[in-house]
Design a protein around this ligand. Structure first.
Ligand code: 13P
Length: 244
């Protein structure tokens, strides 16, 4: 795995303020010092920070993503919403869609599909999240659930080269629990068979300790990192360990 090109996506969720942006100087100089990058780092801060962060990161290879968007990329009377064109305008190149924290608020596969379509039209790349709940895992219906999320989420989308798929078991998010490497590897293979040529990331409780184990998964194309990505030292540590 260490010879591969690896994605690290930092999902800050509803955390972050202007002070936290200053703490990224360390990450920027770490990335700039590397002669040849074998990875791509994408920060997904809350919308309030996208523009500021994008200006700060512009001279570096680090990219920015949004964490969600409205399904229409037109302007509209939708209080509190932001669309994919607006994310792009603020400096985002990516957007996370279908995150389980939004699915739990009622976001359907159909809505995720509309968001993916409009975001592709806006020129964004997509980090498309899928994953099963603990009860679904116990009922052994993980592959059925993932198939449904993939089939409906990507319905009618022919060119999938703009899409990274993030496998995030819901029970692994923020819990400190992670599936075994063979379990993750089997699911990644399953996803790659369903979506030919896709790149698949793993997300859910990735941290500075378990990265030593997770990096051994030979078919993983990167990691979607929540809590641990808010601390620049931890994120640098995760990247360093992945390649050591
Ligand atoms: P944690 O890394 O905090 O478990 O979050 C994972 C996640 O949901 C990233 O999108």
């Amino acid at each position: 795995m260490t010879n591969k090109y690896i994605y690290f996506v930092a999902n800050w969720k509803m955390f972050g303020n202007l002070r936290m942006i200053d703490s990224l100087n360390k990450v920027i100089s770490f990335v700039k010092k590397l002669k040849r990058n074998r990875f791509r780092l994408i920060y997904c801060p809350p919308n309030t920070l996208i523009s500021t962060l994008s200006k700060k990161l512009k001279p570096s290879p680090i990219l920015i993503g949004g964490q969600n968007c409205h399904e229409s990329n037109n302007y509209g009377a939708n209080t509190g919403q932001v669309n994919s064109n607006m994310l792009k305008d603020a400096g985002a190149k990516f957007v996370i869609l279908g995150h389980s924290e939004n699915r739990q608020l009622g976001e359907s596969d159909r809505l995720v599909n509309l968001k993916i379509r409009s975001s592709i039209k806006s020129g964004l790349k997509i980090i498309f999240c899928i994953g099963e709940s603990l009860s679904q895992k116990k009922k052994r219906v993980t592959k059925k659930i993932l198939t449904q999320q993939i089939t409906q989420g990507l319905k009618g989308i022919k060119n999938k080269k703009h899409i990274l798929i993030a496998y995030e078991p819901i029970w692994a998010i923020g819990s400190g629990l992670i599936p075994t490497n063979p379990e993750i590897s089997e699911i990644i293979e399953f996803i790659k068979k369903k979506v030919k040529g896709s790149k698949v990331l793993y997300g859910g409780s990735v941290n500075t300790k378990n990265i030593n184990v997770l990096k051994k998964i030979n078919n993983v194309d990167g990691f979607l990192i929540g809590g641990a990505s808010q601390n620049p030292n931890n994120l640098i540590d995760i990247i360093k360990k992945t390649f050591n």
